[in-house]
Design a protein around this ligand. Structure first.
Ligand code: 4AD
Ligand code: MG
Length: 479
């Protein structure tokens, strides 16, 4: 018999039909005359209840069925008398596809901590929380492609292995086929890369932006959506060594156009999630409230769905870095030295505590900060006339801090060249990027949206390790 997915099955009303359903056992409950098996196949958050009549044959079978086992069940679709669900399956034949020994299977039919599940990441898709996050993650990917496709943007695959450092921050993972035990050296003691795979040093990319710009300077509107890698040793709840980033790049866009697009994108995908992931979001909202029930009222986060709707309703606040510094300098936590990093004055880099203060306490909505000091931003950003600031924009979100980083790009060859020299960026890795400013340069802009930070926001999860299936963080490479 053809299998029906549980999501479809739970919506059917043709009671009395014979069906086949397959999945993994979540719980088993037996009484004298009948046993109930809650089974899930990941197609939905909800389980289907399998009702098994107790007789000698089923008794033996039920003794082998435990949490985690996989089953194929033939039975009759029936209206459920119990609360919670409309339908259940009255089993006729149960085939055990794979047993799960309860003495060995790590997941119990009870609530596990997220820390425990991180250590069992190879099985955590089998929990309601992680399957809900996986489904929301999928919906977000789909919404992002839909958003750009509807607006005539072309998706570009930018390279993963690169010879340049797009952010100039030197936080790259090296890629090599050289024998690390016997490295070939130049006379001056430096490593000789001539015999390395590419004949020169190579790294995993930190951003697809530079190549994205090349495409935008011909196709006008493009976006990349790829994995990016950063060897920054920041063991925080918001940093991964391998994360996914959405990077649109648009010819003829100035900073305002760029901000408008980013705000539209964020609102579009949040709305898409609310419209398409209702069940999963409600589950995640309850999970969060449960998690926070012992916290003091002022430390609790906003209810998840309320928070998502809140982002849709209000225009994001748009302020300059300079204005933000003034606000922070005269803020209570700065004056009372309650920030871990007290802001001493203009030029300070903002930490996530400052970003969250601006969003959660001061403006009480998402904030777009613009025109940062050049000294704390990447080399490619368009220089302002004041000689001090650049046309940068970061979008700050509640609980997350920075979710988007972007800018108008420097389109003047002379200014960009001077900057690259000033920062000692090797011209040999950047000549092609510079060339675009010689051949038909145009004003253009773009930004990067951190996909996992978006999923943190959407799901109310609090650790970035819990919104990507297999997190890569310092000293963590198990699965
Ligand atoms: O601000 P970032 O470093 O900007 C860029 O890479 C630009 N090239 C983007 C562009 O203009 N095309 O990174 C962009 C976003 C951040 O705002 C943040 O959401 C996310 O990427 N991000 C990280 N997410 C998880 N783990 C990390 N280590 C991250 N670093 C940045
Ligand atoms: Mg940034």
């Amino acid at each position: 018999m053809k299998r029906t997915e549980i999501k479809t099955l739970l919506q059917r009303t043709d009671y009395g039909s014979t069906i086949n359903v397959k999945g993994w056992v979540r719980t088993k409950r037996s009484s004298k005359n009948v046993a109930f098996i809650a089974m899930n196949d990941g197609s939905t958050l909800n389980n289907v209840q399998i009702v098994v009549e107790m007789n000698e044959e089923n008794d033996k079978l039920l003794n082998r069925i435990h949490t985690g086992a996989s089953l194929s069940v033939d039975g009759i679709l029936a209206e459920s008398m119990g609360s919670g669900q409309k339908v259940e399956v009255q089993s006729q034949t149960i085939e055990i596809l794979g047993e799960a020994n309860p003495d060995e299977y790590p997941l119990q039919p009870k609530k596990h901590s997220l820390e425990f599940l991180r250590e069992k990441a190879y099985l955590r898709f089998r929990t309601s929380t992680f399957s809900a996050v996986a489904r929301v993650r999928h919906a977000m990917i789909f919404a992002i492609h839909q958003f750009f496709n509807d607006r005539g943007f072309y998706n570009i695959h930018t390279p993963i292995i690169t010879g340049s450092d797009a952010e100039g921050a030197g936080e790259m993972f090296q890629v090599t086929t050289l024998d690390l035990e016997h490295l070939p050296k130049n006379p001056d003691g430096t490593i000789d890369y001539k015999n390395d795979f590419f004949g020169k040093a190579a790294n995993l990319t930190v951003s697809g932006q530079l190549e994205g710009e090349l495409a935008a300077l011909a196709l006008s509107n493009i976006y990349t959506f790829g994995p990016t890698f950063r060897a920054e040793n920041s063991n925080t709840t918001r940093h991964l060594a391998e994360f996914w980033m959405i990077e649109p790049e648009m010819a003829f866009y100035d900073l305002t156009d760029n901000m408008d697009l980013a705000e539209d994108l964020l609102k579009y995908v949040v709305k898409y999630g609310l419209d398409h992931c209702k069940e999963d979001l409600e589950f995640l909202s309850n999970r969060l409230q449960d998690e926070e029930k012992n916290k003091k009222a002022e430390e609790r986060s906003m209810e998840l769905i309320e928070k998502l709707k809140f982002v849709l309703d209000e225009p994001f606040a748009r302020v300059t870095y300079t204005e933000a510094i003034d606000i922070l300098m005269s803020s209570k936590p700065n004056k009372k030295q309650q920030f871990q990093y007290v802001i001493e004055g203009w030029g300070a880099d903002l930490q996530s505590e400052h970003e969250r203060y601006l969003v959660e306490k001061h403006f009480k909505r998402p904030v777009i900060l613009t025109d940062y000091p050049a000294s704390i931003k990447a080399f490619y950003m368009k220089q302002n006339e004041d000689g001090k600031t650049v046309r940068a924009m970061d979008i700050l979100f509640p609980q997350i801090g920075e979710i988007v980083g972007g800018s108008q790009r420097e389109e003047s060859y002379e200014k960009l060249y001077a900057k690259i020299k000033e920062l000692n960026i090797p011209e040999s890795t950047m000549w092609w990027y510079l060339d675009t400013r010689k051949f038909g340069t145009v004003p253009h802009s773009g930004f990067g949206l951190g996909f996992e930070r978006l999923i943190l926001f959407m799901t109310g999860m609090t650790n970035i390790r819990d919104v990507i299936p297999f997190p890569r963080t310092p000293l963590n490479l198990e699965f």
